[in-house]
Design a protein around this ligand. Sequence first.
Ligand SMILES: [Zn+2]
Length: 419
Amino acid sequence: MLAELLQLPVQDQIFYAVLVFSWTVYLWEAYLAYRQRRIYRSTMHVPTELGKIMDSETFEKSRLYQLDKSNFGFWSGLYSETEGTLILLLGGIPFLWKISGNLTARFGLGPEYEISQSLVFLMLATLFSAFTGLPWSLYNTFVIEEKHGFNQQVLVTIYADYIAPLFDKFTPLPDGELKTDIESMSKSISFPLTKIYVVEGSKRSSHSNAYFYGFFKNKRIVLFDTLLEDYSPLNQSGEGEAATEQKEESEVSGDESKPKPKNKKQGCSNPEVLAVLGHELGHWKLGHTIKNIIISQMNSFLCFFLFAALIGRKELFLAFGFNDSQPTLIGLMIIFQFIFSPYNELLSFCLTVLSRRFEFQADRFARGLGRSAELYSALIKLNKDNLGFPVADWLFSMWHYSHPPLLERLRALTGPKQD
Ligand SMILES: [Zn+2]
């Protein structure tokens, strides 16, 4: 079988290798998803570490939601893999390219207008995938999300993630205990801190809690108000809009129509904030930021180098049914999507593993600063609202999670010290 394959012209070998690799990745991912589904089916109790923050009702709701999502993912994944294979086998890409050429020709633009033809091609390809993807996304939104009561969140997430940050208000952290503590911690690890800011009125779902920026000897720390007990909008009397106003004002005008937060304290105490910052500064001290920048630069360099070397190869175009032309856009697609696919899979796996290592190292760094107990409770508090389903299959999590699951972090924090 293999000997016969090697007898084939090189373009056919490329084509079959692409197909076989694509199905290998698909089957691997399907296997991992199956392992994770087994966890959803069999884990019936909240892990002991999380007993205080997650009740069994929330746990069960989240379990059923994830199970439905995963089953849906199985069918939609199978469909899109089959669709992709049929497109390749039936010559869908050269066919669409030809149609685009015919369309541009109608406007008097011959084959020498490659950019116009490429634009039409992209438009038609987008329309096609929107059309075939529509039933799936409708089912996802109106059946699965609706059934589990998540439907209304769609828009809110887009707002919180992309639009709201544009209006973020930065104010310097006022003098006080927290400020002096942060300054002395920075000093103890020679972090060149110049200013500390608080982002006010951030309504985000708190993906991020604190970060630092700035070059060389001029670093600033930014804390999200949702991280700080004293600033957190939910802890102030008028929840919602009023929270973005001054604290005193909202207390005076306190909007009565809005439900008051029922003892639902958000944010961390000062020692916990310092522990979280200890983790973030660990990323800096251990050179994680620089390492990530170097890796991504090297990767782009390598990709463009390989692209330049490959774009002139006729076999690549022949493999995908382009017998008499080599359009640049098609070359980009073939090289980045199909030829680089093994490299991309490997790279993303390595980056995932590396990123998780960095997280554990940063946690250990905070622990080295003597802040493990505070980090433990801070992690629990910060993950309370977006815990999702807290149990993961080890292989699934190793392949997919760039951040270690909460439980693994908590266990590492209390586990034996290792360096
Ligand atoms: Zn981190």
